[in-house]
Design a protein around this ligand. Structure first.
Ligand code: DHB
Length: 480
């Protein structure tokens, strides 16, 4: 009897603390500031709800915060672009770059990170088209708490963004906007985060991390993904890069340029040779239902698929008047791009990174830093680099953490609710990761029945948000 009573008291206590914690996560519709901005000859007026802490047990008040912007019209029964308060989709842009910590995008201050999307313009464009904007910050690979613990290593960033999604869904009834129509957007590492959000909806792998942060009691699946040049599929990206750029030996990588030495060329050869096995293991199919493969030399119909995306990109450019005659890679006749010479195209593209492009042998890449722990700065995440490491103290990340950073592991997993709609762009002049990374993702999604709008836009380097008008046409199409 006594034990019974104690048990009930304990569970009562926990349900109280749990509901108290959840109370903290109630959206307060009265806590806003009115902000205005002129845009395209129109004044955009919004209610700005800024710096909302989106978890009950935050560990980082600089990054685990959310900015929400709601067009003023929606509070007066108005409509914008066919949307009203209850139906407006929620656009969810992140500002993650380089797997670094990120603060949320804002409506007012133009925040430009070097060469990267001006999320301020992205935010205003979305609002002008009637979208609610919710932008979350997230921890990243260099975060450290006052005890000196590294708090932003994988999977912290994606866990944070999922927690922010849960906040929006938890508050759907009391907040303007339709949380069943959340569209995530990001570039590069932020594009990778966007693909992870889309692939991993509600998957149990992330649950313990979300629980520890006191994430809102809600689901975290999203409606759609927009991703620009996602730096993703990290544990296979080294092979994809060398399959594509093996013959290009000059590099120019974050301020260091030169020519690959014999040892690096051997690494490139090894990685290139390993790619077909990986690609063939995926069992991808082309539109005709035929298996996409590569032979031991790296040739086959998967390579033809990659070439077809390059040709389509060049054709679009040619048809709109771009002069391609200086690029000695295309066979062009009567205004038609008939074919591309893969190797010649790579000469035009150039190599950025040295092999291995992501899991560096010195254990010092951005990605090595991402896969650290609370007490270890950097770790390897591939067997190849771990075996060939030049860092005598290096260790390798655990399989579960590596798994949780790769959307490929979740697309179509029955335990995950993967987003239905995807738009992926990878610039045809982007050399931060191989084209195959995005093409494998897009093809996997297509094969598993998801809707994918995929292209390699001509001449575009590693960047994002450069085609906002087209992005929002796509968003309107999937939302309406
Ligand atoms: C980013 C770029 C990279 O080349 C990389 O390896 C990781 C991240 C980025 O711009 O986010």
């Amino acid at each position: 009897m006594k034990i019974y009573l104690l048990g009930s008291l304990i569970s009562l206590f926990f349900s109280f603390t749990d509901s108290n914690a959840q109370d903290k996560l109630q959206f307060d519709a009265t806590k806003y500031e009115v902000q205005t901005q002129d845009f395209n000859g129109k004044t955009i007026k919004v209610r700005a709800y800024e710096r909302i802490v989106y978890v009950a047990n935050p560990v980082d008040l600089t990054h685990q915060i959310l900015n929400i912007y709601i067009p003023e019209e929606y509070f007066n029964g108005g409509s914008i672009n066919g949307y009203i308060a209850e139906t407006a989709p929620i656009f969810f842009p992140n500002r993650v770059g380089g797997y670094m910590p990120a603060v949320p995008a804002t409506f007012i201050v133009p925040e430009q990170r070097g060469g990267f999307p001006n999320n301020n313009k992205t935010v205003i464009t979305a609002l002008s088209k009637g979208y609610i904007v919710a932008s979350a910050g997230a921890r990243g690979r260099i975060n450290k708490n006052e005890k000196g613990e590294l708090t932003g290593k994988a999977p912290a960033g994606i866990v944070d963004l999922k927690a922010a999604i849960r906040y929006l869904k938890f508050n759907d009834k009391i907040m303007a906007g339709n949380a069943n129509k959340i569209i995530s957007n990001g570039t590069s590492a932020g594009g990778a985060m966007s693909t992870l959000l889309g692939a991993t909806g509600n998957h149990a792998d992330y649950e313990p991390f979300l629980k520890a942060l006191g994430a809102a009691n809600a689901t975290d699946d999203i409606f759609a993904v927009s991703a620009y040049c996602p730096i993703t599929n990290l544990e296979n990206a080294d092979m994809a890069y060398e399959w594509q750029l093996n013959k290009i030996h000059s590099f120019n990588f974050r301020g260091k340029s030169g020519v690959l030495d014999a040892e690096s060329i051997k690494v490139s050869d090894d990685l290139k040779a390993a790619f077909p096995n990986y690609l063939n293991s995926l069992n991808l199919k082309n539109e005709a239902g035929i298996k996409l493969t590569l032979d031991a030399d790296g040739n086959g119909n998967f390579k033809e698929l990659v070439k077809s995306y390059i040709v389509a990109s060049a054709q679009k450019a040619l048809s709109s008047g771009t002069d391609l005659s200086k690029i000695n890679a295309f066979e062009i006749k009567d205004g038609k791009v008939l074919s591309v010479d893969f190797d010649a195209y790579m000469v035009y593209l150039e190599r950025m990174k040295t092999p291995p492009a992501f899991d560096a042998l010195d254990n010092k890449s951005f990605e090595n830093n991402l896969f650290g722990t609370t007490s270890i700065e950097n770790r390897h995440f591939t067997d190849y680099s771990s075996t060939h490491s030049k860092d005598p103290n290096a260790t390798i990340a655990d399989k579960q953490t590596i798994k949780m950073m790769n959307p490929m592991n979740y697309v179509g997993d029955k335990q995950a609710k993967t987003a239905k709609n995807w738009r992926v762009r990878h610039g045809a002049k982007d050399k931060d990761t191989g084209f195959a990374v995005s093409i494998i993702l897009a093809t996997t999604l297509q094969n598993k029945g998801f809707k994918v709008d995929f292209a390699l836009p001509w001449g575009v380097p590693h960047s994002g948000d450069y085609d906002l008008e087209e992005l929002f046409v796509w968003m309107d199409k999937i939302c309406k």
